[in-house]
Design a protein around this ligand. Structure first.
Ligand code: GDP
Ligand code: IMO
Ligand code: MG
Length: 442
């Protein structure tokens, strides 16, 4: 008897500092009938993934980006910190848009719960850091504190909501959190707003009631069974490689491992099932939050032009994103760490200057760096190359033959610069819609 061919897991991650357009590319990849499900494997509601379908636009924070495709199953893995208030809100929003979610959403019972005090602890810690001039600029979603509790073995799991002693567990954790908040108040003057805490608790309690009605399951068994049936799954990265807790510019990072290596731990699958790693970049770079950003445009007027044309305002926090040139030095580091073999380049329609620059190296105290540094604040300058820009010429183009000469030169340049890394540029985005893209390398 022929053995059934087993399925595989492909991964998609951002290769810059987030907001590369991952949501759009996930939605596009899922539309080809290759995958039966999509899984978030790390992060939490700090993500903001924009997906568009016709006139409908949806920003997902915690729900996987297959939500607008009715036949796609949605998985939330165990390395995710689950903001239940955000999750229930997103499910309701999607229902109002005509998409049923509950029957196709599966949440790992080993996923971590974000408690109602985690966002307050996040803000308290940022308050402390702002006094020391070391603010991370977090999304205030409680991500750091939720991962801290998890690693300290004092956090709550999603599976805990079904236990008879759940209330007791919350009470213990809450007592610990309130003590911490008091420390932040006494030592750093953090203002504790009891009214806001009460409001947050009410919302959280309601969301927990709703979570109990969802499919909370042993996700690794479910995913492994799907793979055995020959079904393929797409793992959806949040944040990006340059924000990885171990390989980013610590502490200006998020609190999870964003690299594809974490797919195995975040879903409970062996590395042997992983096939392609899709890496997403923008034709330029953006970053939100603290820490040095070596590729940042020096000309503030030009930066503002990119910000406005690219609508570079956070999908989660609304904060303006800093804009910089494509940073090939950081990109090579991200490709080598992630093993990305297929690249999406988004926002190739946005180029507001006559000349476009590319960062090819970092300089520290007059020396050109050979490898990516531990601390970005030690980078004192960058080496760049420049070529002609293309203005608005390429918006909405979906045919390689119609691309302006300047953009074609730019894409060929990137390809040449990455030629020894074994990557192909699969698709180039020229607008926010799924149709606004063309294939480049094939
Ligand atoms: P994600 O976090 O990586 O999913 O990205 P975000 O959703 O935070 O930000 C990407 C933004 O760029 C969204 O507003 C998208 O609609 C938009 N976008 C994606 N690709 C393109 C593109 O090729 N051109 C333009 N102009 N906008 C794009
Ligand atoms: P998506 O998935 C861009 C940044 C924050 C901050 C740092 C730590 O939409 O690309 P956290 O709240 O995680 O503790 O914040 O990480 N950050 C993001 N930046 N896109 C994101 O997600 C981000 N998620 C977190 O701005 O600098
Ligand atoms: Mg985003």
């Amino acid at each position: 008897m022929n053995k059934q061919k087993e399925g595989f897991v492909d991964v998609l991650v951002g290769l810059q500092w987030g907001d590369e357009g991952k949501g759009k590319n996930i939605d596009e990849l899922l539309s080809h009938g290759v995958y039966s499900g999509v899984a978030r494997f790390q992060g939490g509601a700090n993500a903001g993934h924009t997906i568009k379908q016709g006139s409908k636009t949806f920003i997902g924070h915690i729900i996987p980006s297959g939500c607008l495709q009715k036949d796609i199953e949605l998985y939330i893995g165990n390395e995710v910190v689950v903001d239940t208030v955000s999750l229930i809100k997103e499910i309701r929003e999607l229902e109002n848009l005509g998409f049923e979610i509950n029957s196709r959403l599966y949440i790992s019972n080993r996923a971590k719960l974000v408690s109602y005090l985690h966002p307050f602890l996040d803000q308290a810690d940022e308050h402390k850091r702002s006094k020391l001039g070391t603010k991370v600029g977090t999304t205030s979603r409680g991500i750091g504190p939720a991962y801290s509790d998890s690693r300290a073995r004092s956090g709550l799991l999603v599976g805990d909501v079904l236990l008879p002693n759940f209330e007791e567990k919350i009470a213990n954790l809450t007592e610990f959190h309130l003590n911490l908040l008091e420390m932040y108040r006494n030592k750093y003057g953090f203002e504790i707003n009891l009214e806001k805490i009460k409001e947050a608790k009410e919302k959280w309690d309601n969301s927990i009631k709703e979570i109990k009605k969802l499919n909370i399951c042993d996700l690794p068994f479910l995913i492994q069974a799907k793979l055995k049936e020959g079904k393929n799954i797409l793992a959806e990265g949040a944040q990006a490689v340059m924000l990885d807790i171990d390989f980013g510019d610590y502490p200006n990072v998020t609190s999870s491992n964003t690299l594809p290596a974490n797919v195995c731990l975040g879903l409970g699958v062996p590395h042997t099932v992983i096939r392609n790693v899709y890496g997403v970049i923008k034709a330029y770079t953006t970053k939100v939050g603290g820490g040095n950003f070596p590729a940042r445009m020096e000309d503030v007027v030009l930066e503002k032009l990119f910000q406005d044309a690219g609508h570079e305002f956070g999908a989660t926090t609304g904060r303006p994103r800093m804009c910089g040139w494509l940073d090939l030095f950081a990109l090579r580091y991200a490709i080598e760490l992630s093993g990305a073999n297929k690249i999406f380049i988004n926002k190739a329609d946005i180029c507001l200057s006559d000349k476009i620059k590319v960062v090819i190296g970092y300089v520290s105290k007059g020396k050109v760096l050979e490898t990516f540094p531990l601390y970005l604040d030690q980078v004192t300058g960058v080496n760049t190359e420049e070529m002609p820009g293309w203005g608005n010429a390429n918006f909405g183009i979906n045919d390689k033959e119609k691309v302006s000469q300047e953009l074609a030169t730019y894409l060929n340049y990137i390809k040449r610069k990455l030629s020894n890394l074994n990557v192909s540029i699969v698709s180039v985005g020229t607008g926010p819609d799924r149709e606004h893209s063309f294939n480049w390398d094939n």
